[in-house]
Design a protein around this ligand. Structure first.
Ligand SMILES: [Zn+2]
Length: 410
């Protein structure tokens, strides 16, 4: 079972909606008869509401119209919540554009990082506010809120269900540290940071580009020897893997099969997070999970706003995803943030994650032009997260394994 909403076994609950409608952002407002439901939240929806049967009582409204009601049969959803959650998790609200540089036959990494940042800043018009829209930033957990609404309605209808699942050891939230290693220079710097982490008892995930790993096998081995998880960050960092045809994706991933086996890699992260349904289908056969979708992001390469709006793992096209939830280091640097701003952004998001019992995944690029600006903030925030006894400190591979065994129960 890879459903993203928990089954409400035994509940008198019915879904009587799901007709196609014009996509819109609407406010779902659970009423006081749904204890445990979240505060009103904005939701992207491409469904029309079904009309309620006469005499039913409203439990929640959508832009003022009845959306969840109760009649003598039990609780009735006037839209399909499973379809709505999947639409959010699959980012149907995003109209992805293909970044220009992925069409240009020039290895963009030949351009020095500092120059790349400057060019990026111009392209992204950093400093100007992103266009308004959905999802909100830096926090939007619409998919989790809709899940909580489903659970509250199911409980009212008589189901007993534990949701969200408790994290191992009864911990309240999860702290995950991961690194992207794009270049040989980045990999050369990795063992020192991996050892800094290991000395503090921190185990991280290092997503390394396949051809980079081959150029410095000793560094990859040193990362693993320090107790960390190794994941694949594409075969090359040309940002084109997600745009290739299925057969070409398979051929490219085949070239890394020996590395995946030798380093017991179970996870994958697409270069620059540029992924696609074709890539996910191919990854599903080779990896236990991917970690390449942000919960919410502005000025992304794919669209001005994007995100899966959840702080928890989920299945997307049958592939388990562990979302990236702390603002990305390159975005914060791009926005002109100094050490203080970066620390504030990460701590603010960690507080929100802690309150919601989700995953706080910090992603740091191991490249000199980013490390120079983020290293101190990274050390502070990692120490913060690690000192929190209420957190489960896990690698994304461990989180994926836990979610798969806990949720894949049918
Ligand atoms: Zn990368």
């Amino acid at each position: 079972m890879t459903a993203n909403l928990p089954p409400a076994a035994g509940a008198r609950i019915e879904v009587r909606g799901g007709g196609d409608g014009a996509p819109r952002v609407a406010t779902l407002e659970p009423g006081p008869d749904l204890p445990g439901a979240p505060a009103p939240f904005a939701l992207w929806l491409d469904q029309e509401l079904s009309p309620p049967s006469p005499g039913s009582r409203t439990l929640a409204t959508l832009d003022g119209a009845p959306a969840i009601v109760e009649d003598e049969q039990g609780v009735v959803f006037l839209f399909d919540p499973a379809r709505a959650v999947d639409a959010l998790l699959h980012e149907r609200h995003v109209r992805p554009r293909r970044p220009l540089h992925t069409r240009v036959p020039l290895p963009y990494q030949l351009v020095p990082g500092g120059w790349r940042l400057r060019a990026f800043r111009l392209l992204a018009r950093a400093g100007s506010a992103p266009p308004p829209g959905f999802p909100d930033w830096p926090l939007d957990d619409a998919a989790d809120a809709l899940g909580a609404t489903w659970v509250a309605a199911s409980r009212r209808a008589g189901a007993t269900l534990e949701w969200p699942p408790a994290w191992p050891g009864g911990r309240g939230w999860v702290f995950v540290v991961s690194h992207d290693v794009d270049t040989v220079d980045g990999l050369r710097r990795a063992p020192a940071i991996a050892e800094w982490e290991a000395a503090r008892g921190i185990r991280a995930a290092w997503f390394v580009v396949g051809e980079v790993m081959r150029r410095d096998p000793g560094a990859a081995a040193a990362i693993r020897a320090a107790g960390h998880e190794l994941g694949l960050h594409g075969d090359r960092h040309d940002n084109r893997l997600g745009y290739a045809a299925a057969a070409a994706i398979a051929r490219r991933l085949d070239t890394c099969a020996d590395l995946v086996a030798d380093h017991a890699m179970t996870g994958f992260r697409a270069p620059s997070l540029l992924e696609s349904p074709a890539l996910r289908r191919e990854l599903r056969r080779r990896f236990a999970y991917a970690s390449q979708v942000p919960d919410t992001e502005v000025r992304s390469l794919l669209a001005p706003r994007r995100g899966c709006t959840t702080l928890r793992p989920f299945w997307r096209d049958g592939l388990l995803e562990v979302p990236l939830t702390l603002p990305l280091d390159d975005k914060l640097v791009l926005a002109g943030g100094g050490e203080r701003e970066i620390i504030a952004a990460w701590r603010g998001k960690l507080d929100a994650v802690r309150r919601r019992g989700g995953i706080g995944q910090l992603v740091v690029h191991n490249e000199a032009h980013l490390l120079a600006r983020c290293r101190a903030a990274f050390e502070r925030v990692v120490a913060d997260g690690h000192a929190d006894g209420g957190a489960w400190h896990a690698t994304p591979g461990e989180v994926a394994r836990f979610w798969d065994t806990t949720r894949n129960d049918g």
